[in-house]
Design a protein around this ligand. Structure first.
Ligand code: C2E
Ligand code: MG
Ligand code: MG
Length: 581
């Protein structure tokens, strides 16, 4: 690039950068008004000097007459101090202004001394000369320091290779824009296959290509040539970042980014080699996508990653929340795998009662702890386990261990209670599922009539035909079937009539709303009646309040499961309940 970027930035961008450095170094930027103020003070002080030095009057201080001319020295010193301030605080401008002011003063002194022969001006002349010496030393010494300051400034904010602002400068710049609540787009740019290019052509050509790309982009960004106000920097290796302001619509942003992309299309000849480099762009918008600087950058990064993963589609992409899902799923999947191999998957038991508070049984609910030993909700990890094929293993761990426990309890306390287990339909459809069930029943000694397999309503309907075969087999084995989360799917009566179920589990969302209006209550009442007509028992899930319990009893529900009468507990605590049944 040759030219120093710090002296060549768009004036507005440069101001922001300078302010940034100023803030960082803690030094003060003097307001212009102070400049004028010092000049006024100086002029007033010199006027007073002229007036008092030629005056023969006196003033009375503590009953002593003091000649006014005595104050000439005082005000002359004050004037010099103002001038020293001026050149100390305002650099070159201050220095030159001070020199002019002092020189004008000399004319007055000259006339007094040589024409009027008034030697009272002599201290003034000496003072003036000393002040000129002082401000010159201050100025030239300060100038020397500012050369170092400029160097430090460059090192702190400028990328050495390309001369563009560096990562730090761009993020400070972005903070500033966000602080002012100004709309902006953050664009992360990555050169495509630059690593291969570097390896094939060598680092020297690689570096020269980077400089050339930086030069072209710098050109696009300068003076609003792209149609928007842009600020471009290099963050690392083959990664650049662009902040776009002053756009009217998203189309504007796209057009601007396109200009940066097109700038690479021109022939790039380095050392006789025709280099062709393209780039990918991912961006996020402030304030739509986030109002936090770091999230803005990482969202742009997410969008960029999405572009890189599908290189044949678009090479400019805006961030979308949906893109984060992939990340979360990948993370959760590895957490599940790690939990599976470190025995951090286990189960809780939630009691179910009839309306006389007699224990019906327990539902086994999967539990998982992550690498930091924090509990992760099954609502989070079960869907991921389902989509990644890990749910069978989880189901089986819970099913096997809960069946072993309940088999023992039933024998030990001669208790006729039910164990409910949740089985995902994916798992249910596995060819060896029935074999697995038989094996578990055998090894746990759990009687089939005490086992209840819960299948979620909406999922049975999706794969109705296949599910039906397995469910019928289970029923034949004497195992009970429960339709879980009833009401959340769209099952028609004919479906329901065909499923060989024993129990309907009304979803918590209906129980939550039940006491809010008469119609919600009637809805639950209708579900219960319908269940009864189809020969099913009905249990309400998520019963948390006494009023809900009372209503459910009135409208004929058979069983309850909910925090009001029992939260999910450890097998040890469950044994206490069974023992005292
Ligand atoms: P689900 O089978 O409908 O289980 C009932 C859920 O409601 C449980 O949440 C339970 O803790 C919660 N619950 C019960 N009573 C109340 C209440 O009064 N208030 C509130 N706020 N919640 C209540 P959990 O344990 O988080 O399980 C969530 C879902 O995860 C289960 O819903 C089930 O669909 C699935 N799940 C749990 N364990 C397994 C498993 O071993 N295998 C499979 N495939 N899915 C499982
Ligand atoms: Mg369930
Ligand atoms: Mg449920």
């Amino acid at each position: 690039m040759g030219k120093n970027k710090s002296t060549n930035l768009d004036p507005e961008n440069r101001r922001v950068l300078e302010r940034t450095l100023q803030n960082l170094s803690g030094s003060l930027l003097m307001p212009k008004s102070l400049f004028v103020f010092f000049i006024i003070l100086y002029l007033v002080a010199t006027r007073i000097v002229i007036y008092v030095s030629s005056s023969s009057g006196t003033i009375n201080i503590m009953n002593n007459p003091v000649p006014l001319s005595v104050f000439a020295g005082v005000f002359s010193s004050l004037a010099n101090i103002f001038v020293i301030f001026l050149s100390g605080a305002f650099g070159k401008l201050g220095y030159i202004t001070s020199l002019v002011l002092l020189s004008l003063n000399f004319i007055g002194y000259y006339q007094n001394l040589f024409i009027r022969r008034n030697f009272a001006s002599l201290p003034g002349v000496v003072g003036n000369l000393l002040t000129i010496t002082a401000i010159s030393i201050i100025y030239f010494y300060g100038a020397k320091i500012s050369v170092y300051q400029r160097k430090l400034y460059d090192q702190a904010l400028i990328d050495i290779l390309t001369g563009l602002p560096n990562r730090f400068a761009v993020s400070e710049y972005l903070s500033d824009v966000i602080k002012k609540k100004e709309k902006c787009a953050v664009v992360l740019i990555n050169l495509d296959n630059f690593k291969d290019f570097n390896e094939a052509m060598g680092f020297d050509i690689g570096n020269r290509a980077l400089k050339e790309i930086a030069r072209r982009w710098d050109n696009v960004s300068e003076q609003g040539r792209s149609g928007t106000k842009d600020f471009i920097g290099r963050t690392s290796g083959d990664e650049f970042i662009l902040i776009i302001r002053n756009f009217k619509s998203e189309n504007n942003i796209y057009d601007t980014i396109k200009k940066y992309s097109d700038a690479l299309n021109e022939k790039m000849l380095i050392d006789g080699y025709d280099c062709f480099i393209t780039a990918s762009f991912g961006y996020s918008l402030f304030p739509e996508d986030s109002d936090d600087r770091d999230s803005m950058i990482s969202y742009a990064e997410v969008a960029l990653r999405e572009v890189k993963q599908n290189p044949n589609e678009r090479h400019i992409l805006r961030f979308d929340v949906g893109m984060l899902k992939g990340d979360r799923v990948i993370k959760l999947e590895s957490t599940i795998r790690s939990a599976l191999s470190n025995n951090r998957i286990y189960y809780s038991l939630q009691p179910q009662y009839d309306f006389e508070h007699k224990l019906r049984g327990f539902e086994a609910l999967a539990r998982m702890r992550d690498d930091d030993n924090r509990a992760v909700s099954p609502n989070e990890f079960i869907p991921v386990a389902e989509s990644t094929g890990l749910v069978d293993t989880i189901d089986l761990i819970v099913f096997k261990s809960a069946a072993m426990f309940m088999g023992e309890q039933i024998k030990k306390y001669d208790a006729d209670i039910i164990l409910g287990v949740n089985i995902s339909v994916r798992h249910l459809m596995k060819t060896n599922f029935l074999e697995e069930v038989k094996e578990i029943l055998q090894s746990s000694q759990l009687p089939p009539k005490n086992l209840e397999i819960e299948i979620t309503e909406s999922i049975i309907i999706d794969s109705f035909e296949n599910a039906l075969v397995t469910l019928s087999e289970l029923k034949k084995m004497g195992i009970r079937i429960a339709i879980d989360d009833f009401g959340t799917g769209y099952s028609s009566l004919s479906y329901l009539n065909n499923i060989p179920a024993n129990l309907l589990k009304i979803d918590k969302s209906f129980i939550d709303r039940m006491n809010e209006s008469e119609s919600s209550k009637q809805y639950v009442e209708a579900i219960i009646s319908m269940g009864h007509i189809l020969g099913l028992e009905v249990i309400s899930e998520g019963v948390e309040e006494k009023e809900q319990l009372e209503t459910l009893l009135k409208i004929g529900c058979d069983y309850v499961q909910g925090f009001l009468w029992g939260r999910p507990i450890s097998p040890k605590d469950a044994e206490e309940i069974i023992k005292n049944m």
